[in-house]
Design a protein around this ligand. Structure first.
Ligand code: AMP
Length: 112
């Protein structure tokens, strides 16, 4: 079981900023920007590489929820970054699909 499943199941605490039947969003415990929120499906999908056609609407919802949270957090004017890491070279460390919402500072490109 991943640490994010434990957050979904309320076995460990998290600073939750959004929740509905399908999606949970909470603050990253090790923030890389003034605002760093993780948006995850409650369905235990490992990464976008493991998602299938039946998950298309759910994947779309993750982005829409992330955009709505960004709006609520006051990030829309300055902009923000959405990232989903996949596998070893992508830098994925928790194997439950998540979209990072990062904002509140300028982001460099390309990422290191
Ligand atoms: P990734 O490296 O893309 O898999 O991102 C995993 C993210 O989860 C990292 O930014 C971690 O800081 C974050 N993280 C790990 N454990 C927790 C936790 N218990 N609560 C909130 N964020 C966490």
């Amino acid at each position: 079981m991943t640490i994010f499943q434990k957050i979904i199941d309320r076995e460990i605490p998290a600073d939750i900023v959004f929740e509905d039947d399908e999606v949970l969003a909470f603050r990253d415990v090790n923030p890389q920007a003034p605002t760093h929120i993780l948006v995850i499906p409650k369905k235990p999908i490992v990464s976008v590489a493991e998602a299938g056609p039946a998950d298309a609407a759910l994947l779309g919802r993750l982005l829409l929820v992330a955009a709505e949270i960004a709006r609520q957090q006051g990030l829309e004017e300055g902009g923000y970054r959405l990232v989903t890491n996949v596998g070893r070279d992508g830098g994925q460390s928790v194997f439950h699909l998540h979209v990072h919402l990062l904002g509140g500072r300028p982001m460099g490109w390309p990422p290191g």
